[in-house]
Write a protein that binds this ligand. Structure first.
Ligand code: F6R
Length: 243
């Protein structure tokens, strides 16, 4: 694993943007796997800035998002579909038809997940998958205990993830309890993985995930087995790692 130490959140965002920019410049028709949450916000605004400066062209890029809440429509500001348009897609020249987010409103959720996996395959797989790290070690919505062999599937969110996500909702009851997520297997099939982590609050889980045993109890620990992973983390997140 390649570990890049950043001084703070902004530095992490710029360093991660360098990696995505290099990917898009070297392979203009890249398939990017994208994430939501607070970790990539700075990175996305950095990509938007570079696009506006004329340094990046997303016209041939295709994207697949990691996950989506079940039950939220596209116009719901808490849906990941909305998040992606608001924070990235709406500000760059990516073709809307080339962007993919799991359908959280499908009547048959299992079928929607299976179809999403086929979409990833039909694009030829993911060139670069961006990930954030959950406080409990989850990646996507693959919570502790998830089998490493799973492809895109529906999940019940754990209490700790519902609590963590409640900061984005008015009331705890509004936080969806189910989601559709790429599985660990779908993530591990990406050619390259970029994971970004910041803040003291994640120092313990960073240490467990990247320097502890590989176990389904810490889903991100499987990344130790991937041949091309880059972790970009700030000093606080790396503070318990002996680097
Ligand atoms: C988001 C996702 C989640 C987040 C993780 C970290 O699409 O799949 O796994 O990456 O929960 O969230 P933040 O970045 O908000 O700390």
């Amino acid at each position: 694993m390649n570990i890049i130490k950043a001084t703070d959140y902004n530095d992490m965002s710029r360093k991660a943007a360098n990696i995505i920019s290099a990917q898009v410049i070297l392979k203009p028709n890249s398939v990017l796997g994208l994430a939501t949450g607070s970790s990539p916000l700075g990175l996305y605004s950095e990509l938007v800035k570079r696009y506006k400066q004329g340094d990046l062209d997303f016209s041939q890029v295709k994207s697949v998002n990691l996950d989506e809440y079940m039950g939220l429509t596209h116009d719901n500001p808490q849906s990941y579909y909305y998040f992606m348009n608001e924070n990235l897609f709406g500000h760059i020249n990516i073709v809307p038809e080339n962007t993919h987010v799991p359908d959280g409103t499908a009547a048959n959720a299992e079928q929607a997940c299976a179809e999403y996996e086929k979409v990833i395959q039909s694009l030829g797989g993911i060139d670069l998958q961006l990930l954030g790290l959950g406080n409990n070690g989850h990646i996507g919505f693959n919570e502790p205990g998830t089998a490493f062999e799973q492809h895109t599937h529906c999940v019940e969110l754990t209490e700790s993830t519902i609590q963590a996500n409640s900061r984005f909702f008015e009331k705890l009851e509004d936080v969806p309890t189910k989601a559709c997520t790429m599985g660990i297997k779908s993530i591990m099939m990406a050619k390259k993985i970029l994971i970004i982590v910041n803040g003291k609050g994640k120092a313990d889980i960073v240490h467990k995930a990247f320097f502890g045993p590989v176990t389904p109890q810490v889903p991100a620990s499987i990344l130790q087995m991937h041949p091309d992973v880059t972790l970009v983390a700030d000093e606080e997140a790396l503070s318990l790692c002996n680097l």
